[in-house]
Design a protein around this ligand. Structure first.
Ligand code: ZN
Length: 98
């Protein structure tokens, strides 16, 4: 399993609508800023590391994408986790939330 070095993903609004998006009202400070590419996933629930359906090896963690605000909220302030097998080009994703 290949590991990708960590990158913090910082959102850059690309439209007026995106700029105007209201932030979370009650969620903690970190919620909405946990986007990450590479490194190690920050699991909200227990660790869940998918296995490639083709080669049966552990998949490489590619990214986690956070909820955006109270309206665009993944489950209960959850995140989407994305894993890839760079050998077989297989992708698996799932949601974890509080
Ligand atoms: Zn594979």
């Amino acid at each position: 399993m290949k590991t990708i070095p960590p990158f913090r993903l910082i959102l850059e609004p690309m439209s007026e609508e995106a700029k105007m998006l209201t932030p979370f009202k009650w969620a903690g400070d970190r919620i909405g800023k946990r986007h990450l590419l590479g490194g190690k996933p920050h699991f909200i629930q227990e660790e869940s590391w998918p296995v490639c359906p083709d080669c049966n090896n552990k998949m490489t963690f590619y990214a986690q994408l956070d909820s955006l605000n109270d309206e665009i909220c993944i489950a209960d302030c959850g995140m989407i986790y994305i894993f890839v097998c760079l050998e077989c080009n297989e992708v698996k994703s799932f949601i974890q939330s509080n």
